[in-house]
Design a protein around this ligand. Structure first.
Ligand code: 3HC
Length: 289
């Protein structure tokens, strides 16, 4: 497999394109508009430069990786890709529409993967022309730094597709775990209720933003405090995942914290909007409560 396609040049799509290009794949990266694709590539260049600064990559590897990433707004280009990974916005209606447009353009034997963090792989697969060649490849943010890819088979996913997916994960130097096609799969099933619980604790006044984060960093050795991590993941994304679990399991233990709902209603999405549980507008993040 030489060419892979990535749909979406946001945080996750650009991260996936980054690691695939470093591993030697030619990558076709598509976006809805060229300026967005170019922003994605600029962030890849920036993140590759961090790896050069840390001695993980050489200058020459950075340049050759960037040269392997081709930008497009035209999904016809994906006809050459043996594997296409969708990393668009977490919105089921949008993904369904995108797959309907994309599938006729793909080579008959190519594999279509989705980086969805919570939507049923079986349901998404059923909306395509290739449920046996459809699979979940769930990456973690920041993709170049995180060692894991969660692989999720839908009910119809074939063994050959699983084989292609696991070879790809190994080729990009990540470790694979297999999760069942259950709401939010495995890591988010455990991680997101933890982040949500931290927001309940904040809303109930059990601790301040600083103390909740310090508590979990120093008392549980987490690399980031849960409120920092919630801001990092995006509060809108966290809320969407909690709602998928609440609806999927029908269990009130997955209800989103009222403060999380309020922050999202305010447009306070975390790092990406400049404000969440921290204010990011003046350099060093400042706790807001
Ligand atoms: N590419 C992209 N981002 C990079 C990077 C690279 N090559 N190298 C570093 N970063 C980012 C960090 O996010 C952060 O951003 P900033 O500089 O803009 O503030 C910064 O670079 C910190 O970098 P450091 O060099 O100081 O890196 P650290 O050694 O401190 O590690 C970390 C940073 C790996 C992010 C660590 O803090 C960590 O492991 N945090 C937990 C991350 C986590 O849990 N991710 C999973 C989220 S859940 C998820 O993604 C699933 C989804 O479905 C919701």
């Amino acid at each position: 497999m030489q060419t892979i396609g990535v749909i979406g040049g946001g945080l996750m799509g650009s991260g996936i394109a980054h690691v695939a290009a470093v591993a030697g794949y030619d990558v076709i990266l598509s976006e809805v508009a060229m300026d967005r694709a170019e922003r994605g590539k600029a962030s890849i260049a920036n993140n590759l430069a961090r790896q050069v600064a840390k001695g993980i990559l050489t200058d020459a590897e950075m340049v050759s990786s960037l040269d392997r990433i081709f930008l497009t707004v035209d999904t016809d280009r994906f006809a050459d890709a043996a594997l296409v990974i969708e990393a668009a916005t977490e919105n089921e209606a949008l993904k369904t529409k995108m797959f309907a447009d994309l599938c006729p353009k793909l080579a008959q034997d190519s594999v279509l993967a989705t980086n969805t963090s919570s939507i049923s792989i079986t349901r998404l697969a059923a909306m395509t022309d290739r449920p046996d060649r459809f699979i979940g490849l769930h990456f973690f943010n920041p993709v170049p730094m995180m060692g894991l890819v969660e692989v999720i088979r839908g009910l119809a996913t074939g063994d050959a597709t699983m084989q292609i997916a696991s070879e790809f994960v190994a080729a990009i130097g990540k470790t694979m775990i297999e999760a069942q096609d259950s709401p939010s799969f495995l890591v988010n099933r455990i991680l997101c209720p933890l982040l949500n619980e931290a927001i309940f604790a904040l809303g109930e006044g059990i601790g301040s933003v600083r103390d909740i984060d310090q508590g979990m960093k120093l008392g549980a050795n987490h690399p980031m405090g849960p409120l920092t991590l919630a801001d990092f993941v995006g509060l809108d994304t966290l809320l969407a995942i909690m709602r998928v679990m609440q609806e999927g399991f029908g269990d009130p233990k997955y209800r989103p914290a009222p403060l999380l709902v309020k922050y999202v209603e305010a447009g306070w999405y975390g790092r990406k909007s400049g404000r969440g549980f921290y204010d990011y507008t003046s350099g060093e993040p400042v706790p807001t409560r």
